[in-house]
Design a binder for this molecule. Structure first.
Ligand SMILES: [Fe+2]
Ligand SMILES: [Fe+2]
Length: 225
């Protein structure tokens, strides 16, 4: 693990050295349209859940931004590992599990607010402590991190991958229900399951992703706190 920490530190260093590089480059560093679209969907699900919980517009925007860049740590991980079709070695798996920490370090270099960095580093922490990278549980995990984790799961099981077919929305709902109070905060599960907006987004997610504006020169207007 020490080696990986050193590697993460070297990422921080190299990002600082390229201070003229825009976040756009890092976003595109995710390198994969499918991963990028996953980030758009996670951002949307998270924003919908936050809104349904009565969060302020600013908090919802914070969640949406965190969702959009939650996997930016992947930009530091080689595609040979990310796209590997065979079983990952324990070292490779441990490496991938560092992407929330790497992501937080990248965002720190760009001066992102603490709320967003905390959300990114916690987006794989589970309510019962079985998540990573720190194995936090319950109230140790911030509300943004909890929402991102649920959004991440919901999108992952409702999306086709080379390894599995997507679950239907009914199957996804059943799965989320079963994991309530285990992987996920039950209050958030109730919010997700009672949201008509989630179903609406799910129905139209393909066309929404296709039409999503690619961040570019207008990035400064996208990232407004
Ligand atoms: Fe993700
Ligand atoms: Fe992730």
């Amino acid at each position: 693990m020490e080696n990986y920490t050193l590697y993460a530190n070297s990422i921080e260093y190299s990002v600082k050295m390229k201070s003229s590089e825009k976040l756009f480059g890092l976003l595109m560093g995710i390198r994969s349209p499918s991963r990028y679209h996953h980030c758009i969907r996670v951002s949307s699900y998270a924003g919908i859940i936050g809104g349904a919980m009565g969060m302020s517009r600013k908090q919802v925007r914070c969640l949406e931004i965190a969702g959009l860049i939650h996997d930016i740590g992947f930009s530091a991980i080689n595609d040979n590992i990310l796209e590997k079709r065979t079983t990952l070695t324990p070292d490779e798996y441990a490496y991938i599990q560092l992407h929330p920490i790497i992501g937080m370090k990248i965002l720190d270099c760009y001066g992102f607010p603490q709320d967003i960095m905390k959300a990114v580093v916690e987006h794989h922490e589970a309510f019962d402590g079985s998540g990573y990278p720190l194995g936090l549980k319950r109230e140790q995990i911030g509300i943004y991190g909890k929402i991102l984790f649920l959004s991440e799961y919901f999108d992952t099981i409702t999306t086709d991958t080379p390894y599995k077919n997507a679950s239907s929305i009914d199957e996804a709902i059943q799965s989320v229900k079963q994991l309530s109070n285990k992987k996920f905060d039950p209050e958030l599960v109730d919010t997700l399951l009672n949201s008509e907006e989630i179903s609406h987004f799910y129905m139209h997610k393909e066309s929404i992703c296709k039409n999503y504006p690619v961040p570019g020169s207008n990035l400064d207007s996208i990232i407004t706190f």
